[in-house]
Write a protein that binds this ligand. Sequence first.
Ligand code: HSE
Length: 428
Amino acid sequence: MDIIRIGLLGLGNVGSGVMNILRQNINKIREYAGVHIEIEKVLVRDINKPRDIVFDEQLLTTNPQDILDNPDIDIVVELIGGIEPAFSYIKQAMVNGKHVVTANKAVIATYCKELFELADKNNVEIRFEGSVGGGIPLIDTITNKLAGNQIDELVGIINGTTNYILSRMSREGMSFEAALKKAQQKGYAEADPSSDIEGQDAIYKLAILAAISFGLHVSPQDIPCEGITRISEHEIRYAEEIGYAVKLLATARNRDGKLEIHVHPSLIPNHHPLAAVHDEFNALFIKGNAVGELMLYGKGAGSMPTGSAVIGDILDIIKMMRQSAKTGSSFVSNGEKLKVVGEESGSYYIRLQVVDKPGVLGIITTTLGKHDISIASVAQQGMGQELVPVIFITHEVEREKLDRGLDEIRKLSHVVGEVACILRVESY
Ligand code: HSE
């Protein structure tokens, strides 16, 4: 049996998962691959750090060139995370003729076009299933299994930390702060949780999904984004009372030649399958013009689920090496005629704190009507207080018109205390 040699860059959470899976499932993996898979070298920062996995310590090195320049290594697996030095290592590996597997969302989201071109130029593969949705095979499903479709829409819950926080707020009435603390204790949040709660983590993942689905690389900094820090447990309860769940949704849809792409906390009707995605789970709802509606669901992070995605990529590359085949990585190009737009229009949830007396709703709806904002439903929550919450769900309206209408509402200080919350509503 031939031997395929792997160089592992990084032995953190995912790297340990890869080592564990290779050990636990070695017979199944070897039989499938038809070759021996050997970890040749592992790059770490500190050789003496205690680690709770079983492996040969002789494999460890602190010198990246032991892997990147090693002629025996066929596949480099990058699991360091962050842009540098990971980006430079990936490029160097490919220039040296090595295939690359990475779970690095920041690098792929930012530099996918350059990396795919470099892979083609050097006749090597680059795979990145673990970069989005952990163990859920999103990338392979979209690029291969759905390759015969035009993808019309992606709506995803692709950050486990925020979904866990929103789930705790909804199910246990926890405050945002208490739920974040619990997510950190559980180890779901990134080292700096602002990347999760401000939406940056979801932005990276959405940029990758959009690139492979629509053939267009949208730079992460060009994707409009709002995190969940403004959402209170009260908002979640109000939304639930009118039949919706609040989720951080990453959305990309082709609307008549325009690619609408954004990340926002949004209301989703309870009957939609995304509303039933709780805790740290991720899910991606896809609409293709042939397959119709599809949803993939599973663990979006973690040592073993993400390790599973990495092993799948390694095995895919080995299969291609044995067939001396090469896939085209240049799928990011066919969407260039799409015009990228952020949040152009939508249906919205608006909570106003208003004075509870006759004629107030009339004044408000007349003002909204002047700006072409049509109301789909209205509900008052409670009575008797000086100001009461009144919730409006609008029909589809341009965001600019909504903002102009709400600016005028803010001036009605004799009847409106505040425009307390504006959220998108996904209407299905
Ligand atoms: N921090 C991420 C999440 C996991 O909460 O989904 C890694 O992408």
